[in-house]
Structures are given as C-alpha cells and as structure tokens.
Design a protein around this ligand. Structure first.
Ligand code: BG6
Length: 465
C-alpha cells in the first residue's frame, strides 16, 4: 500500500513543457493519472500542457484520453473523464517569450478559478539542449517566482541527462543556481525512485548482519549490470548523440554504485542520504587515458546502424563495461565492474557482491569448489535479494554444496511498483522531498568520473555484438 498524500493538499498546477513527447506519453501522463485515481494528488490539482500544436483544451483532452487508454489497460471511463476536467492546453514555442507571457496568463486564470495562488511545478520533458533557453524564459517572464508569502511555491523537475559532460553540467547548474534555489530544483534519476533500489538502503542499514564485513577485507569485487533486451526503438536522434555511457552510465549505473557502496547516512533525511551518495561518487578513481584500454570496453549491437536516424558511419556505443575503483579506506583496490547494454540476450538489472574466498574449511573441498559467498540485489525483472552460501551435503562424508537464501517481492506487487517510479518522482516533488533526486554535488561528481572516459572514448576499440 502506498502512503496517502494526506500531508499535502495545497492546490498545485503541474505544467508539462513538451507535452506531446514520448516521455509524457509513456511515463508522465500514466503516472499523473494513477496518482489522481489513488487520490495521491491534491484535490485542487490542474494539469497544463504546453506545446506548439494548434490545439485547444478539447484536442488536448482527446490526446490525454488516448494516451491513458493506450498505457493503462484497466481503467474506468468515469475516472478518465474526471481527470480530464483538470487539464488545460497552452500553445507555445519554447523560444518565444510571448508564449511564456500567455502561459503566465493561463496560470493566473487557473489561480482565480481555484481561488488561491496554486503551487507551480514545471516539468521539462524536452531534449536537454532546450533546458537553458526554457529556464531563462521561465525566469524572465516571472514564472519561476512564487506568488509570495507562504503561498504557492514554484519548482522545476528536470530530466536526465543533466549536461553532456562536466563543463556543460556545471554551466547548467550555475545558470539554475542563479534562477532558482536548490530546494526548488528536482533533478530526476528515476532509478532512485525504484523500490528495489530503495531496498538496498533498507537492507544495508537496517540489519547488523553485513555492514561490518561490507569492505575490502571481505569483498572481492562488485558487479553492477543494467542489461536491456530492447534496442533504441524510435530514439535514434537522441541516442546517437548520447551513447550508452551518457544515457545510463553517468546516472542510473552510478547511482546503483552509490547505494551499494556508500557509508551509512545514519538518518532518514534528504540531506544526509544525498551527501552520503555524493561522497562515494566523489571518491571514484579517475581513469586516465593510459589505463582506459585495459579498464573499459565499448561495443555496438549489430543492426544499430540500420535504426532510424542513425548514420551508417555511427561510432556510438550501445554497450559499455568499466572497471572502476573507489579510492577510500573501505573500498581500496576492490574492482567495481559497471556494465550496461541494449539488445542484450535478456533484461537483467542487478548488483552482485562477491565475498572473498574462505581460505580454510571443515569440509572436503572438490577440485573446482571455491568457498565464496555471493549476495545479489535483483533490481529487475526479478526483485529481491539472494545470498549464496555453503551447506553440508546430505550423506556420509564432509562435503559442502552451494545453497540459496532468498527473498522476492511478489511478482504482481513489484510490477506495479516498478511501473511506479514516475509516480514516486511526482509525488515526492509535490511534497518537497528531495531524497530520491540527485543533488548538484552528485551530478558534478558523476560527470567528473565519466568525462575523462568520454574524452578518450574514440580511442577505445568499438566492437560489435
Ligand atoms: C532511461 C534511458 O533513462 O532509462 C533509456 O534513457 C533506458 O535508454 C531506461 O531504456 C531504462 O529505464 P527502465 O526503468 O526501463 O529500466
């Protein structure tokens, strides 16, 4: 059961910039609708779509209706109808200040209709190259200013990738810092909002069992994988300019590393948890150009060059593997292997912690047997935790065999929750909890690690698979 939003009933207007895009259709509209249905949005909630389409409210509502029908299988028409009543459309071009003025007028009308100055939440569901322009227009047109007093906060939700490398991320952050306070900025990494990732923290810091041996003395290596069966689908343009390392490495994979390796934040506060994540990312050892060959691999799936909007000469990677190290006392010399790819044999996202071999045993060891324990966090599609340990083999003698202790979330429940990451993102943004959003320090630290790799990426051989 989800927690109900009874602590946040302040009237809120959710403005999606780029409302006809792929992200809005696949994730945002379904998430908003589900939250609405589950009464987890403030009752005085409004949705405003901003896009260059020649639409009025009616056409926008038809679009929302078909999007909901397409992405949520079981829905009651009455629920959809009542959700649609909360929506409004505002035509606009992102580069034209006049349309921001019109948006401002539309929002003012909504406030009059609702009877108070509503909170304003701007979600930038647009290509990252447009961020800067939109931020400036929002600020110049006064749209980023709260209504005043205690009423009506203003927040921005920003999608990844945040910047293209360290320099551009810093520049974007500088700009944002001038226009908004840090507590107004919500940088999304939807992996942080996945229940199975939150479970890593719950497991590590609520049990005494493992934390004492969670270090270089007992752990041989950690493997982090994000494998997807699907290819790049219709996102050729975006992917060609991005590549696997920027698309999921700089963010999702490094966030998995942060949760698996960070120190105990000791309290459930956004400040403490974000700091612990940032601290471990700051400790990542930079891989220089000489080491890159032996520590990184990149590859492209067969058929990638035939995808729509991908040039035949493309050298963009759809797969990478990196041997990372963390240069602090706890993790010195422990290999942390980061691996991700599209068009892999199966969907598999997991973190495997390999413990060191037990040097002695009270058993007769077989030739190939190595007494190692392995702990696996299954992120998706399986969702749970599994520990491989050694147990006595039935029968005369002193032989051991590997066994598993495991815990799985029920399949149906977790499917629901895995689909939920965006619901959680929106829910937490409305209630102002930044725990599951990346801080400026985390973004900077992850780019500091990734950028030197990208700088030398073209010298790293690109194989096919
Ligand atoms: C996105 C990437 O951030 O994450 C996609 O841009 C990737 O390329 C997706 O497919 C994976 O997310 P999920 O939640 O489907 O595992």
């Amino acid at each position: 059961m989800k927690t109900k939003i009874n602590n946040n009933q302040t009237p809120t207007t959710f403005i999606i910039l780029g409302v006809t895009g792929d992200l809005t259709q696949r994730k945002l509209v379904p998430a908003l609708f589900n939250l609405y249905k589950e009464k987890m949005l403030p009752s005085k909630f409004r949705l405003v779509g901003f896009s260059r389409r020649e639409w009025g409210d009616e056409e926008f509502r038809e679009f929302l209706h078909s999007t909901i029908k397409k992405h949520i299988l079981k829905t009651k028409s009455t629920d959809i109808e009542s959700f649609l009543k909360h929506s409004k459309f505002q035509k606009g071009y992102f580069d034209d200040k006049n349309y921001y003025k019109q948006l401002d007028q539309t929002l003012k009308k909504i406030d009059i209709e609702v009877g108070v100055c509503t909170n304003k939440l701007f979600h930038l569901a647009v290509p990252p190259k447009m961020y800067e322009m939109i931020f400036k227009h929002l600020a110049n047109s006064g749209l980023s200013r709260p209504c005043g007093g205690k009423l009506g906060w203003t927040r921005v939700l920003v999608e990844k990738p945040f910047g293209n490398d360290l320099k551009t991320a810093q520049a974007l952050d500088n700009l944002l810092g001038k226009l908004y306070k840090e507590e107004q900025i919500f940088r999304i990494d939807h992996y942080l909002a996945k229940e199975t990732l939150q479970n890593i923290l719950a497991f590590r810091f609520s049990n005494v069992l493992f934390e004492k041996i969670w270090n270089k003395d007992y752990i041989e290596k950690i493997e982090i994988k994000l494998f997807e069966k699907k290819g790049i689908e219709t996102r050729g343009d975006f992917y060609e300019a991005t590549g696997a390392l920027r698309d999921v490495g700089q963010n999702h994979v490094l966030q998995m590393l942060a949760l698996a390796c960070m120190d105990d934040p000791r309290e459930l506060s956004a400040k403490a948890i974000r700091k612990a994540r940032a601290d471990i990312l700051k400790d990542l050892e930079i891989i220089n150009s000489k080491e890159l060959k032996s520590r990184a691999e990149r590859a492209q799936y067969k058929g990638y060059k035939n995808e729509k909007a991908v040039p035949k000469s493309s050298k963009t990677e759809t797969y990478f593997k990196i041997h990372a190290h963390i240069k602090n006392k706890r993790w010195k010399h422990v290999p942390i292997i980061l691996e991700a790819g599209k068009k892999m044999k199966k969907d598999l996202t997991e973190i495997k912690v390999h413990f060191k071999e037990k040097p002695t045993c009270v058993c007769e060891l077989g030739d190939e047997q190595e007494l190692q324990n392995v702990l696996t966090f299954h992120i998706q599609p399986m969702a749970g935790i599994e520990i491989r340990f050694w147990a006595n083999k039935l029968g005369f003698g002193f032989q051991v065999e590997p066994r598993e202790l495991s815990f799985d979330y029920p399949k149906t429940a977790i499917q629901d929750h895995l689909n939920d990451a965006y619901e959680r993102v929106i829910f937490d943004c409305i209630r102002g909890d930044q725990t599951l959003f990346t801080s400026t320090e985390e973004v900077e630290a992850s780019w500091r690690f990734i950028t030197p790799i990208l700088d030398n990426w073209h010298n790293t051989k690109l194989t096919t698979y």
